[in-house]
Each structure stands twice: as structure tokens, then as C-alpha cells.
Design a protein. Structure first.
Length: 347
């Protein structure tokens, strides 16, 4: 008996019986880490980070502009006339009717000036942060359901399409209501792309690369959030600024057609041939021999029935305290971090 045949027989004997376990076994023992994983780690973590340019964009378009007032009994309706006949005011006096205020067009433009979000309308500015995270919550639930039902590729595409349409609506918004809808769509897209890209990437990695998922996505997340500041400094018009970051975030959609479906998701649906085909592509890209095919195909419903309940695992007495402590910590950190940062223009 040849050594290669003996090795193949040993591999088949060691295969797990469940299809989803087989995929993890094949990645860890046959495919391992290589160019395929490095490419997906870079691309999907880039997507995870690049969409966050929209998270803080609202901070840079909601600054208070300068206004002209004290124009007498008949204030001019044209900014050019106001510059020569009216007084430039640094503070907005709410005792003067809103229609008597004229925006100083030479100051930095913002949604505050274009939509006159002052006095009784000032509360609409911080409301945009809540609207964004309402969309974020819907995006997590919707794309999570689509990801489980139809696959990572389609859930990723859904999140990205909503994100890009929201970005286009934000930059061309004709009213506060339109801009608020755009922020909700952006929240949906940021959540959807971020959630799916993180899970999708993790499912391709072997055990030696999985710890990198605590570093690489967060580096991308921080880098692209920082990018908003220099862009907003050099780009004066708020509409041009929003259009620019929307074009930047579009990069993650360009390589979507080239990405393979997750073999773990395919295994969860009982699609063993397709899962094995993806594993073979991964092995070929890494210069490794193809993993042996799974022993048998299991229907999706049987695979799902045999899988342990996730909630039951998390609430198991051995994990319950740790799980609840992490939930409280994550909520507290996010509440303070986003609460202070997103609402800082209103402090």
C-alpha cells in the first residue's frame, strides 16, 4: 500500500460526521493559512472598516454657520445684499423671526444652515444620531436573517446597496426629512456590511489566523474613522464631503463578485458538493492538495436539527455570567463612546 493511499484512508477515517465540523476540520488540517486567507482577511476587514467613514460624517456637516441679521424693518432676501446692509451675528437670537436670518454664504456650509436647524429645530441635530442607530439595529437584524437564509454574499450585497443609496440620498438631500432617512439607511448599511464581513471572514480562517480578527478589523475601523477629519478639513462643502466619502466606501463593492461563498454556510445548508468545491479552491490558492470529500451529504434540516441551540449554550451555567458581563460591558462602552463622540457638536 502506497504512503499517499494510506494517508488518504487515514484522513477519511478522521473526518467528523457532521458536515459543518468537516469544513472546520478541512480548513484547520488540510488548507491551513496561506494566500487565500490573507487576501480575504485584507479585503473583508477593509470592508468592515471602510463603511465606518459614514458613522461620524454627521459630526462634520452639522457645525453652526454664520448668519446676517439686524437688517432693519425690511431685511434683504439675497445674501449678496445682506453682506453690505446687515450685521454679521455670531450667536443666533431666537427672538428674531427665523425668516429674517440670512446665511453667510462665505462661511463653511452645513445642514444647520441649509435646513435652518436652530432654536426650536436645534433638537433635530442630535436626533440624527439616534436615527442612525435605529437603522443600525434594523440592519443587524435584517442582514443577519438574510445571511443565515441566503448566504453571506447576498447579505453583504444587501448591506452595501442600502449603504450606497443612503450615501447618495444624504449628499443630495433637499430637506431635513430626506437627510434623516439617509442617515437611517447609512446605519442599516454600516451594520449590515460590518456584521456580515466579520463573520464571513472568520469562516475562512484556520485556528492560527482567527486571533487576528481581534486586531485587523479594529485597525481598519480606526483608520477609516480618522480619515473623516482631514477630508472634512480640506473639503469645504458638506455635500461634496458626503459625496467623497460615499465614493471611498464604494471600494468594498467592487470586489464582491470575486468573493466565494462561505463553505461553513454551505455546509449548514447541506450543500456538501458546493462546500467541498470552495475548499478545493482554497487549497489550490494555498498550494495544498485538495481535502478529501465529505463522507456523506446531510440534508439542511437534519444538520440544523443536530446543531446545538446557540442561546442555550450562551446561557449555560458555565458561560452565563461571562456572557452577561460581556453584554453589559459592550453596551456601556458603546453607549459612552458613541454618545460622547456623536453628540459632541451639541455639547
Amino acid at each position: 500500500m502506497s504512503l499517499a493511499l494510506f494517508s488518504r484512508m487515514t484522513d477519511q477515517a478522521d473526518q467528523p460526521s457532521r458536515l459543518s465540523d468537516y469544513v472546520a476540520w478541512a480548513i484547520d488540517n488540510h488548507i491551513q493559512s496561506g494566500p487565500f486567507q490573507y487576501t480575504y482577511l485584507l479585503l473583508l476587514c477593509l470592508s468592515y472598516g471602510i463603511v465606518t467613514v459614514h458613522t461620524y460624517s454627521n459630526m462634520f456637516v452639522s457645525q453652526a454657520p454664520e448668519w446676517y441679521t439686524s437688517c432693519g424693518d425690511a431685511p434683504p432676501r439675497m445674501p449678496e445684499a445682506a453682506e453690505s446692509t446687515c450685521t454679521l451675528s455670531e450667536a443666533f437670537n431666537c427672538s428674531i423671526p427665523l425668516h429674517d436670518w440670512i446665511l453667510n454664504k462665505s462661511s463653511r456650509s452645513s445642514i444647520v444652515g441649509d435646513f435652518k436647524l436652530v432654536c426650536s429645530h436645534h433638537s433635530q441635530i442630535p436626533a440624527l444620531g439616534s436615527i442612525f442607530f435605529f437603522g443600525f439595529a434594523v440592519g443587524v437584524l435584517a442582514t443577519g436573517a438574510v445571511s443565515d437564509a441566503f448566504g453571506r454574499r447576498w447579505a453583504y450585497l444587501l448591506g452595501y446597496l442600502v449603504l450606497e443609496f443612503g450615501g447618495l440620498l444624504a449628499h443630495s438631500a433637499w430637506s431635513y426629512a430626506a437627510f434623516a432617512i439617509a442617515r437611517a439607511m447609512l446605519g442599516f448599511g454600516v451594520a449590515g456590511v460590518g456584521l456580515v464581513s466579520f463573520v464571513w471572514c472568520t469562516e475562512f480562517l484556520d485556528e492560527t489566523l482567527r486571533p487576528w480578527m481581534s486586531l485587523v478589523p479594529n485597525v481598519m475601523f480606526s483608520a477609516f474613522q480618522i480619515l473623516d477629519s482631514p477630508l472634512a478639513f480640506y473639503i469645504v462643502g458638506w455635500r461634496t464631503f458626503l459625496f467623497t466619502i460615499n465614493v471611498i466606501s464604494l471600494a468594498g463593492l467592487l470586489y464582491w463578485p470575486c468573493l466565494e461563498e462561505s463553505p461553513k454556510w454551505l455546509a449548514s445548508k447541506g450543500r456538501s458538493r458546493e462546500a467541498h468545491a470552495v475548499l478545493c479552491k482554497m487549497a489550490a490558492r494555498n498550494g495544498k492538495p485538495e481535502p478529501p470529500p465529505p463522507k456523506l451529504e446531510k440534508p439542511a434540516e437534519k444538520e440544523a436539527d443536530s446543531a446545538p441551540n446557540i442561546l442555550a449554550q450562551l446561557l449555560d451555567r458555565r458561560l452565563r455570567f461571562r456572557f452577561l458581563a460581556m453584554c453589559v460591558s459592550w453596551f456601556s462602552v458603546s453607549f459612552a463612546f458613541y454618545g460622547i463622540s456623536l453628540f459632541s457638536p451639541n455639547l
